[in-house]
Design a protein around this ligand. Sequence first.
Ligand SMILES: *[C@@H]1O[C@H](CO)[C@@H](O)[C@H](O)[C@H]1NC(C)=O
Ligand SMILES: *[C@@H]1O[C@H](CO)[C@@H](O)[C@H](O)[C@H]1NC(C)=O
Length: 531
Amino acid sequence: MKKILGHLLLLSLANLCFSLPLSTRSRWIVDDHSRARVKLACTNWAAHLEPMLAEGLDKKPVDHIATHVKEMGYNCVRLTWATYMFTRYATTTVAQSFRSLELHEAADGIARNNPGFLNLTVVDAQRAVVEELVRKGLMVVLDNHVSQPMWCCGDHDGNGFFGDENFDANEWLHGLEIVAKRYKHTPMVVGMSMRNELRGTLQNSSVWYKYVQKGARTIHKANPNLLVIVSGLHYDLSFEFLKQKPLKKIFKNKLVFEFHRYAFSTGQRNLWLTQPFHTACDRITREIEKEAGFLIKGENAAPLFASEFGIKQVEMGRVERLFLGCFVGYLAEMDLDWSVWALQGGYYIRDGVRGLDETYGMLDSDWSSIRNPDFHQQLQLIQHKIQEPNSKGPTYQILYHPLSGRCIHANNSEVEVGDCLGFSEWSHDENGHSIQLIGTELCLSTNGKGKAVTLSEDCNSRESRWELVSNTKFQVANRDANGDYLCLEWDPNNSSRVVANKCFCLEQDASINCLHSPQTQWFKLISGNVR
Ligand SMILES: *[C@@H]1O[C@H](CO)[C@@H](O)[C@H](O)[C@H]1NC(C)=O
Ligand SMILES: *[C@@H]1O[C@H](CO)[C@@H](O)[C@H](O)[C@H]1NC(C)=O
């Protein structure tokens, strides 16, 4: 049975080497030399608030923070910036900025942890942060987050759309040009997000076309190496207007779209409280497809970067857990590029509050450890390339439990749930057929209700036939001798064993039992071909 272990795929090497600059090829971001895919797996690092400095430099030396990012498995940082940092405050030093905001304690912290930063101008401080990330082998996407340095985003904050009080289009273009030029000789700065979360009462798709094209040309002219990343309307939820009128190919192979999604997006929190999870998830997934997911398909296909999503990680409730499971499942299935909100454990000052904790932060408020290891685990599979357009190998399936971010492994004749650094490759060619361990004659088989699922050599038996059931295909089921469905089930709180059990809630059923129970049966088959 040694052979089976050989089929555990070690993903950790998947993203190590690539050549720059990056460009696009249909829906993929690819490297320069072999045109192999480079998947962005980023974390957002805020640096656009009033102090105009990457957060956390009062807590830890910048190289510690960059090392932490790397060790958590990211290959890139989406670093935010504000236009006025470059167009109005370029000569302001970090010390002056903190003094004017009376952030004396934070300034003392910077003096202790990053003494070199206080005398730098805010724009040179940005460069110093970028250079440290690059030294650690991390790619950087520079995200124009706001014009005026401040927390973002509201409908009436004056930074939402071209023509708003603090959103002069020419000043914005000027800022893009300065920043694009500044990093011309830093190839690991691979892209620029043109503007974060367009929004507010002035939103208008013809104005969007006009300025997005200008912005893209400005960036490309200043620095033709960069990926140009374009945001949609309504807080970066929607690109539906592109269905009627696709964005003209402004230039070859550099255009990427970005969208955002949170549990609270478009007031949908309630959905998770009133609908069974698979109904809610199905609805949200369809909505994402309609508003943004369509961009990776068809003749105008371009990469789609899920450049913000995240959850409140403390006292995580039902809504957060289910939203995240659903969304991570979608990211895995589509194998999108992504960036989680956010790295920072807290802020120098946000909304007037000094030292505010970031409950969405991957790091805790001391910037010393991972805030929520379960959430961190949940991102493990998607940190790696799952699909590769250059791959010659056949497609396999990963049996994935998106709520926990864990994968099913074959271990001798047993199957168990473990982390996703090494997962087993399965083939399941048709609904109702076997789920076979690739490279072997072994198939997943039931041994009756409540019993462990094992591997069997009889791939044609009734016990080895599996279908995706429930209206949204989130459960993997075998029909027993009585014609009843038994579903794959894993209880994250109780061993790594996978059993077969009566399927929960196969019909659309909004009963209270259904709201709470079937998460242990939530599996997805994720297609991959990376070897
Ligand atoms: C910053 O500049 C001031 C004034 O030029 C100088 O006195 C101070 O030593 C400098 N601090 C650091 C850490 O370089
Ligand atoms: C959008 O802007 C264009 C050009 O400025 C204008 O003609 C059109 O009426 C606007 N549409 C809406 C819905 O405001």
